[in-house]
Write a protein that binds this ligand. Structure first.
Ligand code: SF4
Length: 105
């Protein structure tokens, strides 16, 4: 007798967790090389970056993924369609405290 995994139960169990969005990620069953580079490298090639970004652009959980990476300062890979450098730039432009003085009136 073969026991099949209960995929519905697995989904229900992970739907309420902080990582539930990962279940919906288009990269879930993809080669991680496009997102993190080959094992002997510390970054994906420009071609792999294009492949990963194209996948992220169609992903239903792109916002959740990007938010997770920004909040947790993920140092490697492509998350939510952003490279490491783009995440640093995003934080610099969007999340830093304002340097403009508060208007008096
Ligand atoms: S946005 Fe990109 S990295 Fe994030 S889950 Fe989707 S496909 Fe994966």
């Amino acid at each position: 007798m073969t026991i099949e995994p209960n995929r519905d139960a697995w989904h229900v169990r992970h739907r309420n967790g902080a990582w539930d969005w990962r279940v919906e990620g288009l990269c879930r069953n993809q080669d991680p090389t496009s997102f993190f580079g080959p094992p002997d490298s510390d970054a994906p090639s420009p071609t792999d970056v294009d492949i990963a970004k194209a996948l992220c652009a169609r992903c239903a959980v792109r916002s959740e993924c990007r938010e997770y990476a920004l909040n947790n300062q993920e140092p490697f890979g492509i998350w939510g369609g952003l490279t490491e450098r783009e995440r640093r730039q995003y934080k610099w432009f969007h999340l830093r405290p304002s340097t403009h003085p508060t208007p008096l009136i």
